[in-house]
Every structure is written in structure tokens, then in C-alpha cells.
Design a protein around this ligand. Sequence first.
Ligand code: ADP
Ligand code: MG
Length: 556
Amino acid sequence: MSQRQRMGQPMIILGEDSQRMKDRDAQSHNISAARAVAEAVRSTLGPKGMDKMLVSSMGDVTVTNDGVTILQEMDIDNPTAEMIVEVAETQEDEAGDGTTTAVAIAGELLKNAQDLLEQDIHPTAVIKGFHLASQRAREEVDDIAERVDTDDEELLRKVAETSMTGKGAELNKELLGQLIVDAVRQVTVEGPEGENVVDLDYVKIETQTGRAAGESELLQGAAIDKDPVHPDMPDTVEEARVMLINEPIEIEEADVDTQLSVDSPDQLQQFLDNEEAQLKEKVEQIEATGANVVFCQKGIDDLAQHYLAKKGILAVRRAKKSDIKFLKEVLGARIVSDLDSATEEDLGTGSVRRDDADELFYVEGGDSHGVTLLLRGSTDHVVDELERGITDALDVVAQTVSDGRVLAGGGAIEVELARRLRDYADSVEGREQLAVEAFADSLELVPRVLAENAGLDAIDTLVDLRAAHEDGQIRAGLNVFSGQVEDTFDAGVVEPAHAKEQALSSATEAANLVLKIDDIIAAGDLSTGGDDDEEMGGAPGGMGGMGGMGGMGGAM
Ligand code: ADP
Ligand code: MG
């Protein structure tokens, strides 16, 4: 196999199974692996990007267009490729959107870096040049970005729509965009210096299948997808005093192997009475706090259910941990973990209403401000993808509200940055200049791929875009819906500046991390895939073991 031939001489200091690659070999091995990852997600970029179907080893199917989701589900088993996956994860954590862009740029940076390395330019010069270019590009983003009024709902809706498109939200993007903007506005408060602070912890996304996405709605408070534990319980409590508890309302289990020996029927009866008394006491403790609703994260014993029902207390068991956490915010409650010390102080107040059609409880808080985005869709796959798109859009709208800087999308910002970086390159001394130029070229991947994915000619598009930018049209981008190069900002393709800055810095860091490596010492086979080698033969650089994705080798 070709990889073995590329290995250096066996080293005495290393174990028998170790492998070692140095210098150019190590670099090209790493670059190929990283590029393979970038190429895997490229075809999903933009509103016209295609989706991927990912099948886990358990047979679970995910259909998605979301960069970070694809990479996380792909079960990548190559150390370099994993570094690129981390780019996507950083981008997701820091910006919530732009993951495909960050990964695609990282891949393109490495591709162009490889050309430079082949011209005998030292990696440190490339790294330095990339670093300079990335820094400059971020300054330029700030210079190009438009400061907008964060109360401008129409603009915020455009930001939401730009982020959502391509993720199953097309048909209802106006409605969904509006719901997102409303949700963000409801959880925005004024910070100490008059700035907007958005706390997305107060926004929960709940999904329901069976109805059209167009029937999605924004609810005040929480929606809890649970039933009362007992049919005799009230299912609507207007003046609710709610206890959230994460301890089971059950008998404390004795050890598994404890044996109970009873000598007489009396003793057995006494034992059972004792259990009954324990449960009764727990229910009385709940009642003593004044609670009339209980959300329990654990189980509730049948007998306890009966006692609770008798006292007119509404109880729900096995509530999700995330629901309990959110209810805590919505109701202003404290989570009880020991009934013995529960008091009235722990309760939250609000109202609990039953929706029989949806089999949900709507829980509204007295004076706090949590909201729930109830997303609907026909099937699980549809709502799951919708949820991923909506989560991204929530993040970018929140960023826009707190940061106030936006950019024209559809490649407009990338082409403008490339143009400015080429000017800047002239002022950079030495070989680093070539790296700055390579960086500029790499950014133009974005409009190229947007065009490609929309079935347009990538070269023609880029030529038109460059001409427009030379002409001073800073906001000229490709609107894939009209197929035209136009002012994408006016066309409503608007992105937050912060996410773009983050994409630039995480892509550069990842590329530089890969370029810095000149020696790979592996305690074992470098292509960790082992038996999958045959299948993965088509992928460059031995992208070993991409688990369940093995069969897709050729598609990348
Ligand atoms: P990412 O994971 O990077 O967010 P997306 O698949 O969401 O990837 O695509 C984002 C890119 O799509 C951005 O560059 C954005 O400007 C672009 N885009 C969004 N809407 C349009 C549009 N109508 N025309 C052209 N490009 C668009
Ligand atoms: Mg996106």
C-alpha cells in the first residue's frame, strides 16, 4: 500500500508497529486529509446546497445541510481530519452559524498552501502570511460592515432568513423569521451600559410532528410534552404554585440483595403500612409547601400518584432535565433535590394549561420572560432539520441585536475582502506576500461554490463579481435565487459580521495548525481505519476509517 512506501526508515526508538512520516510527506498527508473533510461539506453551502444523509452505526438516519452536524455524525477517524472538525465546532460554539464556510475556507487555504510548499516556500512563511492576512481581513470586515439599528425588525428578519434558507425553512421563511425575531426581542434586556444583552437560555425550541411547518408558533413560557400521572388530577391550574423536583417520589429502594424475612402476616402488613406511610409523608411534605403542581424529573410511585390526585395536586413524572431547567427560569423556581428540606421559597408561580389536541402543558411564568418556539413539521426528519436551521438563525439574530454590525452575503464580503487583501499584499515583504495572495484567492471559494451549488457557472460569476467590486460596488454578491450578481444587501441576503470574523479566524488557525506539523509519529497504523482501507482507496491521502460513511468515499 502506498502509504507504507512513503514511510521513512524504521526507527529503533519506536515500537515495531509505529509509523513515521516527515516533512513534505507529513504535510501532504495532513493537507489531503483536511481537504477531504472540507470537500465533503462543500456541496451543502448556501441556500441551493444539497443535503446529506448520514446513517449511524446504529442505523439512525440524519438528513441535513448543516456543516457541523455532518462532520459530527460522520464518525471521522483521522487525527488531522478531526482538527478540521474542531473548526466547525468552534464556529458553532462561537457564532452558531457559518460552519460550512469556516471548514470550506480552511480546506481551500490548505489547498493553496500546498501549491506554495511545492514551490519550496517554507511553511513558516505561509503560516506568517496567512496570519497577517487573517488579521487584516478581520479589520476590513469591521470597516466594511454596516452599523444597523438593532430595533430594525425588517433587517433582523432578513438576517434570520439568510441563515435559515437551505434548511427546510424555505416555504415558511417569513413566518419563521418573524417568530425568531420576536423570540430574540422578548429575551433582550438592557445591559449596564445601555447595550443589548440577549439571553438565549430563555428561548427553548420544542418540536412537534404531524402538522405543517407553517403552523409553528411562539409561546409564552414553556411547552411540556407530558401527561398528568393520574386521570383524577386537574390538568389546568390557573394560579399555579409549582414545585420542580429531581428526586423520585418513591420508596427509597433497599439494596438489591437485601432479603426481608417475615415471621407472620402481621409483620408483612406492618412492612407494607410502613411503605405507605413513607409515601404519604412525601406527599404531605409537598402539600405543606403550598404546591399545587409538581414537575418531577424522576418517577412517582403509583400510590403517591393516588395521594397527590386526592389532594388535587397536578403531577408530571419523568420530565426531561432540560425542561426542568427551563421551567426553573420561566417560573422563577428552585429545583428541590430533597423533600425533607423543601419550603414555599422553592416554588415558582404562574399558570399551567393543558392543550388536549397537542397533548402538551403550556406553562407560563408570573413575571419572568422565557419563551418557547414550537416548531412543527410533517415528520421527524423534517422538524429536526428545521430545528437546526432555526437554532442557527436564533444565534445570528441574537448576535446582530447585541453587535449591530452586518454584511452583504452571497459572497459579496468575500470578494471585497479578497480585493482588499490583494492590495494589502503589495505592502507585505518577502514570501509572505504570496501567502497573503493565496489567502485572498481562498476566500473567493465562497462565491465559487455558491454558484456551483446553484448550477451556475462559477468562473463567469467570479469574473462578474470581481468586476463589480473593482467598480466600487462593495455589496455586489451572487443572489442564487435570481442567479444575478447584484447588491445582495438590498436583496435581503444579510449576514452578521461577528460570525464572518469568527469563520476567518477559526479557518486560519486550523490551516496553520496543520501546516506547522512536519513530523507524524503514530503508535500504530496511520490510517486508523484498518479494514476499511479498500473502500476508502478513492479518498485522497488515506482518509482512514470514516466509519459509516465508508461507502461515500467516491462522492468526496
Ligand atoms: P454555513 O454553514 O457556512 O452557514 P450555509 O449553507 O448556511 O453555510 O450557507 C451560508 C452562505 O450562503 C453564506 O455565504 C450566505 O451569504 C449565503 N447565502 C444565503 N442566502 C443566499 C442567497 N439568497 N444567495 C446567495 N447566497 C446566499
Ligand atoms: Mg448557515
